[in-house]
Design a protein around this ligand. Sequence first.
Ligand code: IVH
Length: 683
Amino acid sequence: MEDFKQRIEELRSQLAEHNRRYYVENSPSISDYDFDMLMNELIALEKAHPELVTEDSPTRRVGSDLADGEDAVSREFRHLPHRYPMLSLGNTYNTGEVAQFVTKASKGSEHPLSFCCELKFDGTAICLTYKAGKLVRALTRGDGIVGDDVLRNVHHIHSIPSVLHGEGIPDEFEIRGEIYMPYKSFDALCAEREEDGEAPFANPRNAASGSLKLTDSAEVGRRGLECTLYHMLGEDLPFATHDEALTKAASWGLPVSGHRQICRDIDEIEKFISYWDTERKLLPFATDGVVIKVNELPVQKELGFTSKFPRWAVAYKFKAEQACTEVLGIDYQVGRTGAVTPVANLTPVPLSGTMVKRATLHNAEQMEALDIRIGDWVYVEKGGEIIPKITAVELSKRPLLSEKPVFPEVCPDCGTPLVREADQAKWFCPNVWACPTQVKESLVHFLSRRAMNVLAGDATVAQLYDKGLVRNSADFYDLKYTDLYRLEGWKEKSCERFLKSLENSRKVTFDHVLYAIGIRNVGETTAKMLARHYRNIDALASASLEELQQVGDIGEIIAASIRSFFEEPRNVENIERLRKAGLQFSMAEEGALDAMLEGQTIVITGTYDISRDEMKALVESHSGRISSGVSAKTSFVLVGRNPGPEKIKKAGELGVRTVSEREFYDIIGQTMPETEEKELTLF
Ligand code: IVH
């Protein structure tokens, strides 16, 4: 396969996985900057090879915060359609591109334009609807078409008024903005979580988004979330400019930031950017850039949208903040896959609102490139991940007798000589089956929430491993009450809870099991795709390299990992034991769910990924009845893209539930087919 084709595949699958981690798990593993660089590489490759562009490429879609599959079935938040698609912003890290945006936007306009410059708040997007001055709806971005209904929680955020007061409040309007967590609340939350032995959030953005989706609304109120609103939408709103709309919104009691400025040209915009690049460090909350918007609303309307971004706005992103501190020593950490990562211990230094004590050096090459020494002063930067990274050494501060660290030749955990494959930057411990850290990490992964969802933390796994009770994942299912009860700290209740949780995991669907068994390079998204395609483990195990590469965007690397996994007899044996223990190694038969819509009357509106006739047939094949008009007898309205406004309105009036296409598939117990993003149109 040509190199660029493979690279495109790799980038798409990496970006899909990073999107999921960011939006769904609130636990990114790379920085925004690194994500944007991967995205830019993909955009450039797609531009050079337009024949390889697919409609579902991450360059064409906004990320989604909707949990799907298992989580969606049991989730607490219903999905509701956005009245106007909720898009993202085009972004850049250089002011030259901002100047290009200004020129492009001004083209064709008779009068000189003005630009409203605002801070880019680093939180999670929210869309509020006010009707007759009352807050009636609050949706997350979701996938941009449908969002999670978080109204119940939003009522607990003190800066969001439930009722507006003042002059000229439109009968109905939407206002969008960001829910964020100030540093002070973030620090308090992290300290509390640490005390309770829970994993900390990587940054205030993840904490805000995780908190907004809590099921306990009172706890949401205690988390100290704040809100700032920056975009008003509605039919026939009586404003000439964006700035005027925001000023009015503030006068009704809505939280709108005063840190905005009307600029007339690129020079004024650049001044605003450079002022805030420094000044933002003094703000009590996180910002990651400046947003520049065409201020005149008729011009905004004319410029319109692409499928992903408005053409009337652009985000200039700040480079991450840096701090300078001293390296006290270097640890070498072994991860789940055996990769050895050097991590520097630092003299604690404040950075973007928290104290940094450790920073990653990534790999031996990076250490060599930086020529880092113990005792050096180094620059650290925070990305999206919990552990910051070292970006440079301040040579002017190098001590005279500095000590050059030596990368270990053997695994710091089990002593096995490390190996490195030709095309890889990392050294690996090859002792996959017996290196304690690797085995424990892979067992933790196996039990984790998005895998087998068994209630056990790192400490439990370590205890079971250290006592010799588990060596591989199948051993969990041989554990007996008496094995656990003998262990230190285990009481009747904890033994029962753990065994019950293992029992429940036998029902976990095949896609999660496939993710749990830990095939290298097979993340959650790939596992879902494989499960949907092959339906059972035997079909997957016997697929050839070539066949695997025909599935979705699987390329050579993932295909090779899958093959080598199934060629290892110990993996095959472990799977056999898991199968005997009753785990799901095939997808449920669709026919078995036939009566899911028995007795329900469903109205369909809008377009779906399948044709309307196919959708009707799908409803009927699950014993549902289709009706053309919404009435009090309607069980739910199935809302597709561009739904009929009358049907949505009637459903609202009668209190009839609306269900998105994705949610519908959850109801009938099927996985939504791969979607093809259609061009979005505003209505
Ligand atoms: S305007 C049609 N203004 O950044 C898009 N967005 O990375 C209108 N954001 O999706 C968005 N501060 O969630 C706008 N002052 C601001 C913002 C802002 C933060 C978020 C928003 C957006 C994302 C893009």
